[in-house]
Ligand binder design. Structure first.
Ligand code: AMP
Ligand code: DBH
Length: 532
């Protein structure tokens, strides 16, 4: 008999669908803890993780994971407890995640760039019992942030990576069931606060195993994570979990500069690296590239945001390896171009879904299917796509159809063979080089400034980032005009993640209306010249 889901507020897969996914062999009894345990049993001496200061074999990683799991257990952590994890790319991140999986606890995957606004929200919304973070990173005092949030959220304890609790002992397998929620992943969201995504061990591991197979991972694979490793892409497409599945090596870098990346590729014989388009561009255009030894690289994966065809075409000639386009979402669906695809397909599509049981619909505004080759809204349902966000029933009513299809908000063209090309976006979201930003969240923060009467936050095209964040601001009568530097300071003081802070502010006299009390974003460009 399976134990009940340990989390409330999670929309389960319908029993008939779950039975089908199990019968098809997609969902197994394996948990993320089992994943590590079987890698250790198979390849104890193989190198599992390399970061700036250490190299760990699978056996060493597993020992450390057990010690930390015992230490955390001694502090009262156990099955189903939510724990916010905010760590940069270093070995402790992997150790803490697997230690929490070992206990059946549920990590909440925050990004290093998140600040008080996000961390406090995650902590409250999940009723987290602990936050694991580091002292400082990239000049920011994460320990102080965690302490500040802990003072606001009852019961939240702070654990620092520099001082991880460790204890002797053992943790028997089986703390979690495969049908349990394994962790809460982050979505950029399109309204209000960021949404949390409950992924189960079984559904996530299915996507990891298939991703590892599609991407050709083996025990000789060396994957470099320069993107924050808890992003769904470097975590599971095939990401560091795919590496563990294949008994390969994960190289973690907290330095995303081209020079550091090239050095790590040469030093560790990196074979595969996931990137967002601006990161890829930084490598292609780096003065250090011609001299770099990138001969070990087999595959550069690019996803998270649209990749220009001209940039895609430079990968093979300039980096000397294959390109794979990846179109994925933390909610589930992941598409890949395959190694036997023709060049056109690799350069111009974002590939096809992982699973034969990914049900993809491309529909018009009334949810009626459009003919193949015509653009439409992408809806998806399948063995690793969620049926609802964590504790967001109102949002779910809009984000999912009554049949449980997730409305991705992406506008795509589907080819007869299933290959998808992303041609636009219907959701109110800004994709800043792969970082997703909900304009409404930024607007709500800006509106709290006393000199701001009204505001509209939109995407502005940017050559490197694809899109950047532009805020149109209407000043409030009787107040001194708010200056960009002051508005930036205000957003920082409110604890908004830095990547969400508008790149550009434009002061306008009024925002054009749609006539229904909403701002007409399409007419904003004509709203008048900025006085700044
Ligand atoms: P999230 O739901 O926050 O995980 O973000 C996923 C979204 O990122 C998708 O719905 C797309 O809008 C966008 N995205 C991811 N990969 C690509 C890609 N290769 N091309 C274009 N957009 C992408
Ligand atoms: O953007 C994403 O969220 C994304 C991109 C590529 C993703 O979640 C993934 C691959 O798994």
């Amino acid at each position: 008999m399976t134990r009940p889901l340990t989390l409330t507020g999670v929309v389960p897969y319908p029993p008939a669908a779950a039975a089908r996914y199990r019968a098809a062999g997609y969902w197994t009894d394996e948990t993320l803890d089992d994943l590590l345990r079987s890698a250790v049993a198979d390849a104890p001496g193989a190198t599992a993780v390399v970061d700036a200061v250490r190299t760990l074999s699978y056996a060493e990683l597993d020992d450390w994971v057990t010690r930390v799991a015992c230490g955390l257990r001694a502090r009262g952590l156990g099955r189903g407890d939510r724990v916010v994890v905010q760590l940069p790319n270093r070995a402790e991140l992997v150790v803490v995640l697997f230690a929490l999986f070992r206990l059946g606890a549920v990590p909440v995957l925050a990004l290093p760039a998140h600040r008080r606004s996000e961390i406090e929200h995650f902590s409250r919304h999940t009723r987290a019992v602990a936050i694991v973070t580091c002292a400082t990173h990239a000049g920011f005092d994460h320990a102080a942030l965690a302490t500040e949030v802990a003072a606001l959220v009852p019961g939240l304890r702070v654990v620092l990576a520099e001082d991880l609790p460790e204890a002797d002992g053992d943790v028997p397998p089986g703390a979690a069931d495969a049908s349990d929620v394994a962790f809460l992943q982050l979505s950029g969201g399109s309204t209000g606060r960021p949404k949390l995504i409950p992924r189960t061990h079984a559904d996530y591991l299915y996507s990891v195993r298939e991703s590892a197979r599609i991407c050709g991972l083996t025990d000789r694979s060396v994957l470099l994570a320069v993107l924050p490793a808890v992003h769904n892409f470097p975590m599971s497409s095939p990401g560091f979990l795919g590496v563990v599945h294949a008994r390969g090596t994960l190289v973690l870098s907290a330095d995303a500069s081209p020079a550091a990346t090239f050095r790590l590729v040469a030093e560790h014989g990196v074979t595969i690296v996931p990137a967002v388009p601006p990161l890829l561009l930084s490598w292609l255009n780096s003065p250090d590239r011609p001299a770099a030894d990138l001969s070990s690289l087999e595959l550069v994966q690019v996803g998270g945001a649209p990749l220009a065809r001209t940039v895609a075409a430079r990968v093979q000639p300039e980096l000397g390896c294959r390109l794979q386009q990846v179109f994925g979402m933390a909610e589930g669906l992941v598409c890949y171009t395959r190694d036997d695809d023709d060049e056109q397909t690799v350069l111009t599509t974002q590939g096809r879904p992982i699973s034969a049981d990914d049900e993809v619909l491309v529909v018009d505004d009334d949810d009626r299917p459009v003919p193949p080759g015509a653009p439409g809204h992408l809806l998806v349902r399948g063995p690793y796509t969620i049926r609802g966000y964590y504790r967001e029933p109102e949002h779910d009513a809009r984000a999912f159809t009554v049949d449980g299809f997730y409305r991705t908000g992406d506008v795509v063209v589907a080819r007869g063979d299933g290959a998808l090309t992303v041609v636009g976006r219907a959701k109110d979201q800004i994709n800043r080089g792969g970082e997703k930003i909900a304009p409404q969240e930024v607007e709500e923060h800006l509106l709290t400034h006393p000199a701001v009467h009204d505001v509209s936050v939109v995407a502005e095209p940017d050559e490197v980032l694809g899109e950047r964040v532009l805020a149109y601001v209407v000043a409030r009568g009787g107040h001194a005009e708010p200056r960009p530097v002051e508005l930036r300071r205000h957003l920082a003081a409110r604890g908004l993640a830095t990547y969400k802070v508008p790149d550009v502010f434009r002061l306008v006299v009024a925002l054009p209306g749609t006539g229904v009390g909403k701002v007409d974003r399409t007419r904003l460009a004509a709203a008048g010249e900025s006085t700044w």
